[in-house]
Write a protein that binds this ligand. Structure first.
Ligand code: C2E
Ligand code: CA
Ligand code: CA
Ligand code: CA
Length: 278
């Protein structure tokens, strides 16, 4: 536990010339930030390359640190998970996403927003109620909410996971499996659970043109999704070659720097409208 903590500090504070005692303040900073809700969501569009439209957006959390500026989730999500702060953080993300999606809908831009949900958050007994509360509080229709869940969620009590997913799905919320292919979990659940979409992990996508190509894994996931009647999206797409490969194999949804980087909410609508035909 301690070793992990100090690794976190080194990553985030290594370039600091501040007092060494402050190296130990990341956890307390994070606690304060969670209490103050010092977070914003950035949004990255998911693009349909068949018709050049934006399918939906993914909400990605950012910590607005008073001195450090914008801190990426890679620098604090692991610590949040170790300390249990991820539960409160997940609630903040869900709330911000629902508020924003509702605001867009009210402005005449109904855009589905996908929120990342950690395993710990999903396994909370009252998770469905939490989600329902946010929908009620904001007035967001459930069909404008998607939850991205990693394979690690699925490991554990299969029946309970299935109940939770079924409940969410019956409400009209869509569920996607994030980082698909990295989790070593059973493929059995794909048929058992009400899942709409598989997200092919960036590590596979980025290897497409490399010498140690995992392209066959990408094409296999696409084919499998099609066979099972699931949507499939590739994340972390950066190059034309990757897009060509995905297109050729029938994956029509693409998310990545090649089209959009995650951006503040204020920029989303204008950038989407300005999207040139692909
Ligand atoms: P993820 O869910 O797999 O999200 C994709 C990550 O890849 C994002 O990093 C995104 O900015 C980045 N990305 C998108 N396109 C490209 C690309 O073309 N190239 C490259 N190199 N990267 C790309 P980000 O925003 O730093 O988030 C990292 C991870 O933090 C996420 O991975 C997710 O696991 C977690 N995370 C983010 N927001 C939340 C949240 O609200 N709740 C929870 N529980 N986890 C979150
Ligand atoms: Ca995600
Ligand atoms: Ca990923
Ligand atoms: Ca992830």
């Amino acid at each position: 536990h301690k070793a992990k903590l100090s690794r976190q500090h080194i990553e985030i504070y290594s370039h600091s010339d501040r007092d060494p005692a402050e190296l130990f303040s990341l956890e307390s900073d994070l606690r304060i930030a969670v209490a103050n809700k010092d977070f914003v969501l950035y949004y990255q569009p998911k693009v349909n390359i068949q018709n050049g439209s934006v399918d939906s957006v993914e909400a990605l959390i950012r910590w607005m640190h008073p001195e450090r500026g914008v801190v990426s989730p890679g620098d604090f999500i692991p610590l949040a998970e170790e300390t249990g702060l991820i539960i409160k953080l997940g609630e903040i993300a869900l709330e911000l996403a629902c508020q924003q999606a509702k605001a867009w809908q009210d402005e005449g831009h109904p855009l589905r927003v996908a929120v990342n949900v950690s395993a710990m958050q999903f396994h909370q007994e009252d998770f469905v109620e939490q989600v329902l509360d946010k929908l009620r509080q904001t007035g967001l229709p459930p069909k404008l909410l998607e939850l991205e869940i990693t394979e690690s969620v699925v490991m554990g009590d299969v029946e309970r996971v299935k109940d939770t997913m079924t409940h969410l799905s019956q409400l009209g919320i869509s569920i996607s499996i994030d980082d698909f292919g990295t989790g070593y979990s059973s493929l059995q659940y794909l048929n058992l659970f009400p899942i709409q979409t598989l997200k092919i992990d960036r590590s596979f996508v980025q290897s497409i043109e490399s010498r140690t190509s995992q392209a066959p894994i990408v094409s296999t996931i696409i084919a499998m999704a099609q066979t099972l009647g699931l949507e499939v999206i590739a994340e972390g797409v950066e190059t034309e070659e990757q897009v060509d490969f995905l297109w050729k194999h029938g994956c029509n949804l693409v998310q990545g720097f090649i089209y959009f980087r995650p951006m503040p909410a204020e920029q989303v609508i204008s950038k989407i409208i300005a999207l040139p035909a692909l």
